[in-house]
Design a protein around this ligand. Structure first.
Ligand code: ATP
Length: 367
């Protein structure tokens, strides 16, 4: 097991900072997922940790030792790539044993280790096959096996499941989670798939344009997004984000937006300003039809969104309704049937603790 510390790590390609002053403390046994859209710098960050790319600035520490410019073989980490990079002419047994052979370990030890790893990954029956005789999922497990056989301090994985179909991906996610549980090893895992991040990670690090937006448990980053970017990236459909303005009135913060009645108690007084109001589609609760046609009541304290239904989409078990609220669009998700029809007025409530406010200018979370 290894602790990996990244301090102010930066990589510039010409004018572009692919990774921009990222700091992370990855503890022993963490399963840290680097998550973000294509091009946000995930792979570049992982490759700097692996020693495959030299940083333009900052440091990488492995169990407290500065390895920023150390070659990969001195880092005690094993990497699993998206392409698996198996040797096509070698059997599964020889592919898995390759790292030990190149370290000139005794033959008996290699044989023993390969058998152990193959048993763990359910590959024992396939040791004599070559990669072309394997399914995608089996190839992926051989690639993991080749990393595992070295007993590394940490595993670095770059989108290892992206070549698998949806069903196999789900199954392999479970296997990787179980493997992490059994071995307790440190894993740093790159993906742009939020489901992989939410289901496997002990902690998620969200990157946007080379910058670290937030690090936290999957629940933390979903329930308390630190920025508009994180709020809009996670969730399917993503969080509704509406322009609004806040003003403090009589000890409460009043949120002003067309079609929205909302005031909140906040710990600190908030100066009047432009904000982005966020609420997740699954947190909108349909109010009885009478509430939709009633005029707003000045005494109401629980948040209400009023608008008109535009479309209703059937997802099988659930429905997603798109509604016009003022000039904005709001998506609501709930069990089918929601009982909504296009053209009809609609009102939603939402628990006050499910309302998010972000500063419009900086995008950072206020409430
Ligand atoms: P993806 O999910 O698409 O793989 P990523 O988040 O892993 O994306 P990176 O591959 O780290 O992103 O790339 C980050 C940025 O750096 C991108 O804008 C990319 O074009 C740029 N970049 C990466 N490698 C190089 C390079 N060798 N030369 C120039 N620019 C590069």
């Amino acid at each position: 097991m290894s602790r990996i510390q990244v301090e102010g790590l930066t990589k510039r390609f010409g004018e572009v900072a692919a990774v921009d002053r990222v700091s992370l403390d990855i503890s022993h046994g963490d399963f840290l997922v680097l998550l973000g859209p294509s091009g946000c710098g995930k792979s570049t960050l992982l490759r700097m940790i692996a020693g495959l790319i030299e940083p333009s600035g900052g440091r990488v520490l492995l169990d407290g030792r500065d390895v920023t410019f150390a070659p990969p073989r001195e880092r005690d980490m094993a990497m699993v790539f998206q392409s698996y990079a198996l040797y096509p002419h070698l059997t599964v047994e020889r592919n898995i044993g390759f790292p030990l052979r190149s370290r000139r370990r005794p033959r008996a030890e290699i044989r023993q280790k390969v058998r152990e790893v193959a048993a763990l990954l359910d590959l024992a029956e396939l040791l004599d096959r070559r990669p072309r005789e394997l399914s995608g999922g089996q190839r992926q497990r051989v690639a993991v096996g080749r990393a595992l056989v070295r007993d590394p301090g940490a595993f670095l994985m770059d989108e290892p499941l992206s070549n698998l179909d949806a069903k196999l991906r789900t199954a392999t996610r479970g296997q990787l989670r179980a493997l992490h549980h059994t071995l307790g090893s440190t894993i740093v895992y790159v993906t742009h798939d939020q489901v992989e991040a939410m289901t496997m990670a002990t902690r998620v690090a969200l990157l946007n344009a080379g910058r670290l937006e937030q690090v936290g448990t999957p629940t933390d980053v979903y329930d308390e997004p630190a920025s508009v970017f994180v709020a809009g990236f996670l969730g399917s459909p993503a969080m509704n984000l509406l322009p609004a303005r806040i003003e403090s009135r009589a000890g409460r913060v009043q949120v002003l937006a067309p079609g929205v009645e909302l005031s909140l108690w906040t710990a600190d007084d908030q100066p009047a300003r432009e904000v982005t109001l966020g609420v997740r589609p699954e947190h909108l609760v349909l109010l009885p039809p009478t509430s939709a046609s009633l005029a707003s009541s000045p005494t109401s304290t629980s948040p209400v969104f009023r608008g008109v239904v535009e479309t209703v989409e059937n997802l099988g078990g659930e429905e997603v309704a798109q509604c016009a609220v003022g000039d904005a669009r709001l998506l609501a998700r709930g069990p089918r049937p929601l009982g909504l029809r296009p053209g009809e007025p609609v009102a939603f409530g939402v628990p006050a603790d499910r309302v998010h406010l972000f500063d419009r200018a900086s995008g950072r979370r206020l409430v």
